[in-house]
Design a protein around this ligand. Structure first.
Ligand code: FES
Length: 322
């Protein structure tokens, strides 16, 4: 896959507190012109400079792909924030400028006439808001299932219920004893349905498992989650082939962090979440345990490259083309 991000400056024109933990940011071009076109499910990477600290996070575009006078993103303040979501919540004000990437889509809609079923948990609602514009426009047979823990945490639920997608949206509110029953939902779907899920990892895993047990192929199951993969797993050794240096990657540490700590080789990285592809590195020996969302299944199986910001070694040693 080619990495085709370009960076641009946008101005924050509105900030809205959508729930106690989620803010919606509206971003416009600095010159007031149109922003680059995108398709439903696309994301941008926001780069933030906080003193000498720099953060990069990927956020789905939730605004309409047909209205390019602005983009909108929803940002949840993460308890375990690397710093980026806290910066967005605490420091970014209307009128500030932000550096963002051009949009890229790793969660696009399938080009299939079948039923399209969108399943969102919490902040996972955002990519579906832009996707549903395209689904409605194309006259698609689609439905949205949106689960959240209590009414005050249902970001954008009121506008969804009142808007053009309200008739095909079902809400599931845990505190009201109306939880989402993933197995029952998937069980009633036609066998050719395409299922999309975005939200917390347990929801994604439950939907994937239910779809597979119903016999849906992996090509019919689409998921996205922006969060750095936890760096669990045993430590291992990385050899940087160009310099011959050997670097120990500890448990709980990413290859990228270990290389940065050692300091001898500069590595390009934009998102640090396995999303953007800028840290893609050739594997010369050994195998990766892939944890990114960038490579295709075929590319992962080929074991030719890996994303060193999130993926780890499958084994005790990896030799990389660095
Ligand atoms: S820095 Fe974006 S995929 Fe690694």
């Amino acid at each position: 896959m080619a990495n085709n991000y370009q960076m641009m400056t946008v101005r924050v024109t509105a900030i809205e507190q959508a729930t106690p933990q989620i803010k919606r940011f509206t971003l416009a071009a600095r010159d007031g012109g149109l922003l680059p076109a995108f398709t439903g499910g696309s994301h941008v990477i926001v780069q933030m400079q906080d003193g000498d600290k720099r953060y990069s996070n990927a956020y789905s575009l939730m605004s309409s792909p047909r209205q390019l006078g602005h983009y909108q993103i929803g940002v949840r303040r993460e308890e375990q924030s690397k710093g980026g979501s806290a910066f967005m919540h605490d420091k970014v004000q209307v009128g500030d400028e932000l550096t963002i990437s051009t949009p890229n889509n790793l969660f696009g809609l399938a080009d299939a006439p079948a039923k399209q079923v969108l399943i969102a948990g919490g902040i996972g609602i955002t990519p579906f808001m832009s996707q549903m514009v395209e689904l409605a426009e194309n006259g698609a047979d689609y439905e949205l299932h949106y689960s959240f823990r209590s009414p005050e945490h249902g970001a954008f639920a009121t506008e969804l219920a009142a808007g053009p997608h309200g008739a095909c949206t079902q809400f599931y509110i845990n505190s009201d004893n109306r939880p989402l029953d993933v197995d029952a939902l998937v069980d009633r779907l036609p066998r050719d349905a395409h299922v999309y899920v975005c939200g917390p990892r347990p929801l994604i895993d439950a939907v994937i498992a239910a779809c597979r047990s119903k016999g849906l192929s992996d090509a019919q199951i689409h998921w996205e989650q922006f969060a750095a993969a936890p760096q669990s797993g045993d430590g291992f050794t990385v050899v940087l082939a160009k310099s011959g240096r050997e670097i120990a990657v500890d448990e709980g540490e990413s290859i990228l962090k270990a290389i940065e700590k050692e300091g001898s080789v500069p590595v390009e990285c934009l998102c640090r979440e396995g999303v953007c592809g800028t840290c893609e590195t050739k594997i010369l020996e050994g195998e990766a345990e892939h944890r990114d969302q960038y490579l295709s299944d075929g590319e992962r199986a080929a074991q030719k490259t890996m994303m060193i910001c999130v993926s780890r070694a499958r084994g005790a040693r990896l030799v990389l083309d660095l």
